[in-house]
Design a protein around this ligand. Structure first.
Ligand SMILES: Cn1cc(C(=O)NCCCNC(=O)c2ccc(F)cc2)ccc1=O
Length: 116
C-alpha cells in the first residue's frame, strides 16, 4: 500500500499562482493583523477560543516547504485566517474590518486565478 506522503508540492503553475496571491496579500495595507501568528501573550484567550490558528507567515512556510498538494489546500488555510478573525473580533473593530477587507481581496484574486 502506498506510503502516506507528508507533503507533496503543488504542480509548478499552481504553486506560482498561489505564491503570487500570497505576495499580493502580504503587501495589502490591511494585512498587518495577519502577517504573523496572533501573540497569545498579548491575547491569552486566543488559544482557547481558536482551535486552528493560521497566519500568512505560516502559509508562506507551508507553501515554500511543499506542504500544499493542491491550490485548493492553500485556499483552505487562507480562508481559515479570515474565519478565525470573524470568530475572535467584532466586525466593527480595526482587526475585524481588516479581516473582511482581506477576505474580499483574496476572493477576487482567487476568482481571477480560477477563471483564467
Ligand atoms: C488576527 N488577529 C490579530 C490581532 C492583532 O492585534 N495582531 C497584531 C497587532 C500588532 N501587530 C502589528 O501591528 C504588526 C504586525 C506585523 C507587522 F509586520 C506589522 C505590524 C488581534 C486579533 C486577531 O484575531
Amino acid at each position: 500500500n502506498e506510503k502516506k506522503e507528508k507533503s507533496k508540492p503543488l504542480i509548478n503553475k499552481e504553486f506560482a499562482a498561489a505564491r503570487t496571491i500570497l505576495d499580493e496579500m502580504e503587501l495589502h495595507e490591511d494585512s498587518w493583523p495577519f502577517l504573523l501568528p496572533v501573540d497569545t501573550k498579548q491575547f491569552p484567550t486566543y488559544k482557547k477560543v481558536i482551535k486552528k490558528p493560521m497566519d500568512l507567515s505560516t502559509i508562506r512556510s507551508k507553501l515554500e516547504g511543499g506542504s500544499y498538494k493542491t491550490k485548493d489546500d492553500f485556499s483552505v488555510d487562507v480562508r481559515l485566517i479570515f474565519d478565525n478573525c470573524e470568530t475572535f473580533n467584532e466586525d466593527e473593530s480595526p482587526v475585524g474590518r481588516a479581516g473582511h477587507n482581506m477576505r474580499a481581496y483574496f476572493d477576487s484574486q482567487w476568482a481571477d486565478l480560477n477563471s483564467s
